[in-house]
Design a binder for this molecule. Structure first.
Ligand code: PMP
Length: 422
């Protein structure tokens, strides 16, 4: 990332960056780029959802959705999402409003009750570890920390986690019980897993008989370009490879309809589904089927989901284009940063010179631009190179976003040139 500069050139650039930073602080901004939340206009796209089911309370099979029961979720909603999540409807559960909650519950249940294929409960084992492709999603890492599960970082490649490393670690250590994967438009670097990665995850030899891939397909239909990316289905690949119980598939409508009032899904082998249902019957007498019916009536079918996501895309794409345009104009050719151009999902990853990410985030905060803390993309909040910054462009309005990215670029120039001048 270095570009040769003469001492005079560097002084000039540093002076300009300092001046720009002074101006930036003087503007008294108050902008937030921290979390990948849908903007209010995106939520408005699903406004009709809130007036549904409109006096109708029966599901296709005659179930009164207002009543208890139906732990698997409404069959007609599971049908809509089966293809989109690459899980047969019979093996897909429609649950509450949050897939993160399902991931949490799967960990808790695996700790406290024997998983299909397991010799004992995880809590009885001295040590449990998960592989964490980095950069990754901070809430996955927070779950591991919460339950005392060791985290082993694995570098990401353009095709998914570095599979040579993954295969070696899972083969040699029976304490390695799982891996976190966001296989499509990954959080935060937008990576889509290649077919070979999926095949290797499904077929690899694991020392733990109860190893699970936590396949968090949160951005399955969240395309930003005219060329939607399709990935290989993990559940099928695992079944074909003779490891049918290896995949836990998660998804939700959080970024399709309403982030706080959507529906979450869990897909897995029949044995895993039975295991989760058996544990969940203790936890709940059934999910919110009124909300599930609302989603059926609103989305109608898989094409309805795709058409709705086109409307989401129309709102999101200009924001991602603005980020790319401004970063290119302000930082292109400086040698101070590289950034991702995701084809979908919710994030842009900005890579700054080693040792600069925390300082960029600190300077931005001083100028009123709040970013996700540097390091959040790594287990224990520790990015050893201190180089990765996650940008979440979805929530602010376009004008605010542009201001924030312009300001961020000023901070990158300031911190980057300061480092070079030392
Ligand atoms: N997984 C990933 C990768 C995410 O980025 C998010 C939201 N930021 C979630 C899960 C949360 O999903 P839910 O709203 O279904 O709990």
């Amino acid at each position: 990332m270095t570009t040769e500069l003469s001492p005079d050139e560097l002084t000039g650039l540093l002076d300009r960056a300092r001046g720009d930073y002074q101006d930036l602080v003087g503007r008294g901004l108050s902008l937030d780029l921290t979390r990948g939340k849908p903007a209010p206009e995106q939520l408005d796209l699903s406004e009709e959802l809130l007036s549904l089911p409109g006096g109708r309370y029966t599901a296709e099979d005659g179930t009164d959705v207002r009543n208890y029961g139906g732990l698997r979720g409404l069959p007609e909603l599971r049908e809509i999402f089966a293809g989109l999540l690459q899980v047969p409807a019979a093996q897909l559960l429609a649950a509450g409003n949050s897939s993160l909650e399902l991931m949490h519950d799967c960990l808790v249940h695996a700790l406290l009750s024997v998983l299909p294929g397991a010799e004992s409960r995880w809590v009885e084992q001295e040590r449990i570890a998960f592989l964490c492709p980095v950069p990754g999603y901070d809430r996955h890492f927070a779950l591991c920390e919460r339950f005392g599960i060791d985290m082993i970082p694995v570098p990401m490649t353009a095709e998914g986690p570095d599979m040579d490393t993954v295969e070696r670690l899972v083969a040699e250590d029976p304490a390695v019980k799982g891996i976190w994967c966001v296989p499509k438009y990954s959080n935060p670097d937008g990576v889509c897993y290649g077919d070979d990665t999926v095949a290797r995850l499904a077929a690899m030899r694991t020392a733990a008989p109860d190893f699970r891939v936590f396949w968090d397909n949160a951005y399955a239909v969240h395309h930003l370009t005219d060329e939607p990316v399709e990935i290989a289905g993990l559940l099928d690949a695992c079944a074909e490879a003779g490891n049918p119980d290896r995949a836990f598939v998660f998804g939700s409508t959080s970024k399709i309809t309403a982030a706080g009032a959507g529906v979450a899904f869990f897909g897995a082998s029949p044995a895993n589904v039975q295991w989760l249902l058996a544990n969940n019957t203790k936890r709940s007498i059934g999910p919110d089927k009124v909300n599930q019916l609302r989603h059926v009536l609103f989305l109608r079918d898989a094409d309805g989901v795709r058409a709705h996501m086109e409307r989401q895309r129309a709102l999101l794409r200009p924001k991602f284009e603005a980020v790319a345009r401004i970063l290119d104009a302000e930082l292109g050719g400086t040698g101070l940063a590289t950034w991702t151009s995701p084809k979908g999902g919710y994030f842009v990853t900005l890579q700054v010179p080693d040792g600069c990410a925390k300082e960029v985030v600190r300077r931005a905060a001083e100028a009123g631009i709040v970013l996700t803390p540097a390091g959040a993309t790594h287990p224990y909040g520790d990015d050893p190179r201190d180089a990765v910054i996650r940008i979440a462009p979805s929530y602010p309005g376009l004008a605010e976003l542009e201001q924030a990215i312009e300001g961020l670029a000023v901070c990158v120039r300031l911190v980057g040139y300061e480092q070079r001048a030392r």
